[in-house]
Design a protein around this ligand. Sequence first.
Ligand SMILES: [Zn+2]
Length: 94
Amino acid sequence: MANPETNKKHEARTTESNKVPFQQHPASKILEQLKANPRVRMIRIIVPTDACPVCRQVEGEYEKNEVPELPTLTCSKPHGCCAFYEPSLIEVYP
Ligand SMILES: [Zn+2]
């Protein structure tokens, strides 16, 4: 069943201000690739030290199915979120 509340939220997410639309943000593509890579065990979110508090909150290492979406939607930086994903690879044994 279509929920009008959900539709509204989705719209706000893509049309808000001058930020990069979620679907076009490079991070969403990178996340897809990392999730598809079997050598990637965990996914880290790296946040620059000058990032906004919202982004700093998502910093950390996550299971593939628990990774928060980037860019953070409530980022207070004028050009949007600057956090990014980094793979945590499965250890290669010698
Ligand atoms: Zn931010």
